[in-house]
Design a protein around this ligand. Structure first.
Ligand code: SF4
Length: 82
């Protein structure tokens, strides 16, 4: 799972930081920050944040679509052990 924010749309409502504080937070300057590759255990919170974002600025992309290296490590664990 990869998370992105479209900062062209983001209005800094910080709803995401309240909904999924392990993924989104507001820095000391008032800017929204986020972890682009959160733990899979945070999926439900990520989806909820995306649904509740007033600007619809949050996108969740699966690792396969993003070409993320983490996906290949996960896939490797399903293969035979030699
Ligand atoms: S809830 Fe949406 S608009 Fe508000 S800070 Fe988060 S991403 Fe930006």
């Amino acid at each position: 799972m990869r998370v992105t924010i479209d900062f062209e749309k983001c209005d800094s409502h910080a709803v995401c930081a309240l909904t999924a504080p392990k993924i989104f937070w507001v820095d000391d300057h008032g800017y929204t920050q986020f972890d682009p590759a959160p733990d899979e255990a945070e999926r439900e919170n990520a989806v909820r944040a995306a649904q509740q974002c007033p600007a619809q600025a949050i996108q969740i992309v699966e690792n396969r679509e993003a070409g993320c290296g983490r996906a290949s490590r996960q896939q490797g664990s399903n293969g035979p052990q030699r």
